[in-house]
Write a protein that binds this ligand. Structure first.
Ligand code: IPM
Ligand code: MG
Length: 356
C-alpha cells in the first residue's frame, strides 16, 4: 500500500529515536512491498526557536494531510520557564485537539526478559498485560482556566459531555473484545459531577456488551490496585487527567519507560504515535537513547492507521527477539546483557525484520 507519514521529531532525544523508527518503517515497506513517504515538520521547542510557536500551521496541515503521524518528544530546560507564553507542550496539546485525537492507547505489557528491571516484585507482576484508554481531548486539560482576585486566585475547569464519554468508552469496549474482555472504568464519582456523568454513561454502554466484564473503580483505589494486583486488569478507560497520572504509574510496572509505545487516535484512521518517555535532554545527542519505545509506536502506527497488523507483529517480534537475546540500551542494562547505542539497536531491529 501507499501511505504518507508525517514525522515530528521534536526536542531532546526525539530526533534520534524517530530516525530509528523511520528506518524500521522503511525496512518493513521494502520487505513487504509497500510505499511509505515521509515528511518532517517542526513541533515543540524546536518549532518555538524556528517559528515562534510550538505548533506551526504548516505542521498541523501536514498532519491533517497524512495517514499517520510519528512523533518524538517535546520539551527541555531551554523552554522550561512556567511563566513563558509559548511552551513546547502546546505543540502536543494543539495536535491532540487539532487532529481530534480523542483516544490515547497506552499498552503496558510485561516483557519476560525484563521482569527484574521493575521495582515491583516479580510474582506481583506475573501476567501483567493491560491497556489504558485515556480520553485525550476533553476534561480539565481543555476547560476554561484563568486567574481572579488580581491573580491571587486560579481556576481550571473540568467539562465532559455525554458524546465525548460515549465515544471513548465504546472504543475501549471494542478493544476489549479483541483481548481478555474486561473493562475497568475509572472515575471519582463519589466527588465529581463529571465523573458521575462518566459512570452513568459507561454503565449504559456496558449493557450493550454483555460479553465483556465491566467494573467501575475510583481513581484512588485504581492507583493502589495497579501496583497491588496489576495482572487483574485488561482494558482501563478513564478521563484525561486521571489517565495522565495513572499511565505514568503503570509505566513503572515494566521498569522500562524507554520501551513503552502509545497511540493517539482520531475518528477514522488518522493517529499520532509516540513513545511514552519524554525528551530526556540529559542524554540527548549522545546516541544512547532507547529507540524501542518509538519503534514499537511505529508498530502501533502500522496496526491502527494503516491496518497492517502482520507488519506490526513483525516489528514486535523483532523487538522481543532483541531483548530475549540479551541486547539492551543503557537505560535497561542488566548484568550479562549487551549494550547497544540508539542506531545500533535500530540496525539490529532492521536486520531481524529483513531476515525474518
Ligand atoms: C503525556 C504528557 C503530556 C500530558 C504533557 C507533556 C502535556 O505528560 O502525554 O502524558 O500531560 O498529557
Ligand atoms: Mg503524562
Amino acid at each position: 500500500m501507499d501511505a504518507k507519514i508525517a514525522v515530528l521529531p521534536g526536542d531532546g532525544v526525539g530526533p534520534e529515536v524517530t530516525a530509528e523508527a523511520r528506518k524500521v518503517l522503511e525496512a518493513i515497506a521494502q520487505a513487504r512491498g509497500h510505499r511509505f513517504s515521509f515528511e518532517t515538520a517542526l513541533v515543540g521547542g524546536a518549532a518555538i526557536d524556528e517559528a515562534g510557536t510550538a505548533l506551526p500551521e504548516a505542521t498541523l496541515e501536514l498532519c491533517k494531510a497524512s495517514d499517520a503521524v510519528l512523533f518524538g518528544a517535546v520539551g527541555g530546560p531551554k523552554w522550561d520557564d512556567p511563566k513563558a507564553r509559548v511552551r513546547p507542550e502546546q505543540g502536543l496539546l494543539g495536535l491532540r485537539k487539532g487532529l481530534g485525537l480523542f483516544a490515547n492507547l497506552r499498552p503496558v505489557k510485561l516483557n519476560p526478559a525484563l521482569v527484574d528491571a521493575s521495582t515491583i516484585k516479580a510474582d506481583v507482576l506475573a501476567g501483567t498485560d493491560l491497556l489504558f484508554v485515556r480520553e485525550l481531548t476533553g476534561g480539565i486539560y481543555f476547560g476554561q482556566r484563568g486567574r481572579d482576585a488580581g491573580g491571587k486566585e486560579a481556576f481550571d475547569t473540568m467539562v465532559y459531555s455525554e458524546p465525548e464519554i460515549t465515544r471513548v468508552v465504546r472504543f475501549a469496549f471494542n478493544l476489549a473484545r479483541g483481548r481478555r474482555r474486561k473493562v475497568t472504568s475509572v472515575d471519582k464519582a463519589n466527588v465529581l459531577e463529571c465523573s458521575r456523568l462518566w459512570r452513568e454513561t459507561a454503565m449504559r454502554i456496558a449493557a450493550e456488551y454483555p460479553d465483556v466484564t465491566y467494573e467501575n473503580m475510583l481513581v484512588d483505589a485504581c492507583a493502589m490496585h495497579l501496583i497491588r494486583r496489576p495482572s487483574t486488569f485488561d482494558v482501563i478507560v478513564t478521563e484525561n487527567m486521571f489517565g495522565d497520572i495513572l499511565t505514568d504509574e503503570a509505566s513503572m510496572l515494566t521498569g522500562s519507560l524507554g520501551l513503552l509505545p502509545s497511540a493517539s487516535l482520531a475518528e477514522g484512521n488518522l493517529g499520532l504515535y509516540e513513545p511514552i518517555h519524554g525528551s530526556a535532554p540529559d542524554i540527548a545527542g549522545q546516541g544512547i537513547a532507547n529507540p524501542l519505545g518509538t519503534i514499537l509506536s511505529a508498530a502501533l502506527l502500522l496496526r491502527h492507521s494503516l491496518k497492517l497488523d502482520q507488519e506490526a507483529q513483525a516489528i514486535e517480534k523483532a523487538v522481543d527477539k532483541a531483548l530475549a537475546e540479551g541486547y539492551r540500551t543503557r537505560d535497561i542494562e542488566q548484568p550479562g546483557t549487551k549494550v547497544l547505542g540508539t542506531q545500533e539497536m535500530g540496525d539490529l531491529i532492521v536486520r531481524y525484520i529483513t531476515t525474518a
